[in-house]
Design a protein around this ligand. Structure first.
Ligand code: PLP
Length: 384
């Protein structure tokens, strides 16, 4: 029976101290939304990312939404967004009644292509349709070409909201993902590298903006003894209990990154040996000075160069063994809800989606899990 227990793509991995911080909230009866754990968690996030201000929120999606509000994105404004991402990068644009324009990826990091971005901005400027914000993503933990993206944004005076939901702990030359843009966004959802079961953060070097984010996230209450509101507010704050989990999780972030990077190395070794035997399986490789937290290990397998083996062959065979894998994110410009919107496309994300597969990547995978995974892969590749 045990042999067939489910191997998950990425499951929560709690350390030793999380429960202590939760207990301290209980003991002090600080079950209310805000409290000392929230303050301590925000401080830890600032230390981790190297940014002076952070607001702990109920989700990464809420963080993107507040960033858009703070950048004054409203009805019929444009926002440029990476197409190859999870829908939560784009949905808040719609919440504001604004219009997403999707930008395709480059092959090196699988993230927003700076050249396509430049082309899109140039055209937008000509048509007097410059966007209010640009949302690049660091997919699966791999930093995007964020330095170029921010620079191009600066040329057109368009701020960058860095969707770092998947990339806490990743960096370029020691500068952390989430610290490059006007805003950085983190997620602590259950499937991410560290989790509060659900949660997120908005970070920025601008103290006023983060204070405003906290205000909007707590129902936009004006300072008055009665309830008074001169703006629309949101209930987007993280609770003091969940912030306790977050403090403990940040303490073990480096261990979690090491475990995920070790997973990547195991897969890389395995498939490199297959490549020597004539297959051609590709990875998301780190450019020089790039460091990925390796949240998920993903492969690209084109049947034309792999004896006809498809991504779906692997996914289905793994599923029979109760091993969870998943196709890469389906690009936003292919999603039924977004497909009629404007886009700048070069074919990269279409190919990634067609041939890409995310492999089990949890930091709590053990040796026997990998034995099962590699045995299953061996069966697929030995047919050839
Ligand atoms: C998870 C994720 C989000 C949303 O974060 P939540 O905390 O789940 O709302 C946004 N963008 C990307 C790229 C994500 O992976």
């Amino acid at each position: 029976m045990k042999e067939k227990s489910k191997i998950w793509l990425s499951s929560p991995h709690i350390g030793e101290n999380e429960i202590k911080y939760i207990n301290s909230a209980f003991e002090s009866n600080w079950i209310a939304p805000l409290g000392p754990n929230v303050d301590a968690f925000e401080y830890s996030i600032q230390q981790q990312v190297g940014v002076t201000h952070a607001a702990a929120l109920s989700s990464g999606t809420a963080a993107i939404h507040l960033a858009l509000i703070l950048l004054d994105v409203k009805l019929n404004d444009y926002v440029f967004c990476q197409s190859m991402t999870f829908s939560a990068s784009a949905n808040p644009i719609i919440y504001q009644g604004a219009i997403p324009v999707f930008i395709d990826s480059e092959k090196d990091t699988w993230n927003m292509d700076p050249e396509l971005l430049r082309e899109a901005l140039k055209e937008a400027k000509k048509n007097n349709k410059l966007p209010k914000a640009i949302i690049p993503v660091h997919l699966y933990g791999m930093p995007s070409k964020i330095l170029e993206i921010v620079e191009i944004g600066n040329e057109y005076e368009v701020p960058v909201i860095e969707d770092s939901a998947e990339s806490i702990g990743s960096y370029i030359s020691n500068k952390q993902c989430g610290s490059f843009g006007k805003f950085g966004v983190l997620s602590f959802n259950g499937n991410k590298i560290i989790t509060t079961s659900g949660g997120g953060a908005l970070i920025s070097a601008d103290q006023n903006l983060i204070q405003k984010a906290r205000f909007l996230a707590t129902q936009a209450r004006d300072p008055a003894p009665h309830y008074q509101h001169s703006q629309i507010g949101y209930n987007y704050r993280l609770s003091n209990i969940l912030a306790g989990i977050g403090i403990g999780q940040l303490e073990v972030l480096n261990d979690r990154i090491k475990a995920r990077r070790d997973n990547f190395k195991l897969y890389h070794k395995y498939f490199s040996e297959k490549n020597i035997k004539g297959f051609d399986i590709q990875f998301q490789e780190e450019p020089i000075n790039y460091f990925s937290n390796r949240w998920l290990t993903c492969i690209i397998i084109d049947p034309i160069t792999n004896a006809g083996i498809t991504r779906e062959d692997i996914r289905r065979e793994m599923e029979l063994e109760n091993i969870e894998t998943r196709p890469l994110w389906k690009p936003m410009h292919q999603q039924p809800i977004f497909k009629n919107l404007q886009k700048y496309i070069n074919g990269v994300s279409d190919t990634l989606f067609e041939h890409g597969l995310c492999l089990p990547s949890g930091s709590n995978l053990v040796h026997s899990d990998f034995e099962r995974i590699f045995n299953c892969l061996d069966r697929i590749f030995h047919k050839f």
